[in-house]
Design a protein around this ligand. Structure first.
Ligand code: DC
Length: 222
């Protein structure tokens, strides 16, 4: 069985991280959420009042940012501090798309992601993993679902975490992010030609996981 790279890309809030995390666990692979890396960079800019529209300030700040994961990828650390809870806050969610569109930010994050996945045995989720970070990944999945379903899932998740929010605000945030992520100049969100498209609007987590696991085992033994 080969230690392959599995890329899971797709729209906001369609369950990429849930799928990627369970798949990594089932295969004993490392799970890496690249969205959390862009969120951590955004948090750093916000906390340090860095005007991210100024390229010089962005480049200087990137040298001061160290991100790592613990607990099988489920806890994110920014400069040694556990920031997991802050990454889902609305201030971060509302600023992450413009930050993730900045060329120096993408270059540095892509470099770090390539380093993290070098040895294989990795499930990485994001927007450009199959197209830019690992175009040679052995398995690429492109996940999507209807916007209302995605907004409902994200809303329930936030409420479950005790974060007060409005359904309409959650829906607007994710449709705005989809638009910005898909139309930006630098590595826009798009399906890689050789990615397997899965629309999980009417799929249970279990059904979706079973489909992807079959594909992964197939590619690992190819
Ligand atoms: O997966 P997520 O919702 O946590 O991602 C947060 C934002 O980061 C999302 O709006 C798009 C951006 N992102 C990106 O541009 N490239 C990636 N590989 C992952 C996320």
């Amino acid at each position: 069985m080969k230690n392959i790279i599995i890329a899971i890309d797709g729209h906001s809030s369609c369950g990429k991280s849930t799928l990627a995390r369970s798949l990594a666990e089932a295969l004993n692979f490392t799970y890496i959420s690249t969205g959390k890396m862009y969120r951590a960079v955004t948090l750093f800019f916000l906390e340090n009042n860095i005007d991210y529209k100024q390229p010089v300030l962005v480049k200087a700040a990137l040298d001061k940012i160290k991100i790592h994961f613990e607990d099988q990828g489920s806890t994110t650390f920014l400069n040694g501090k556990n920031v997991e809870a802050q990454l889902v806050e609305s201030m971060v969610a509302n600023n992450v798309s413009p930050v993730a569109a900045l060329t120096p930010v993408r270059e540095e994050m892509v470099r770090q992601q390539q380093e993290m996945g070098l040895a294989g045995g990795v499930v990485m989720d994001g927007r450009d993993i199959g197209t830019v970070v690992f175009p040679e990944a052995a398995l690429k999945i492109f996940l999507t679902a209807e916007p209302d379903i995605r907004a409902r899932r994200r809303y329930d998740e936030l409420i479950g975490k005790g974060i007060e929010t409005e359904f309409e605000a959650v829906k607007k945030n994710l449709t705005d992010r989809d638009l910005m992520d898909s139309t930006r100049e630098n590595s826009p969100l798009k399906k890689a030609e050789d990615a397997v498209l899965i629309d999980n609007t009417n799929l249970s987590r279990k059904e979706q996981m079973a489909m992807v696991k079959v594909l992964a085992l197939e590619r690992m033994s190819a």
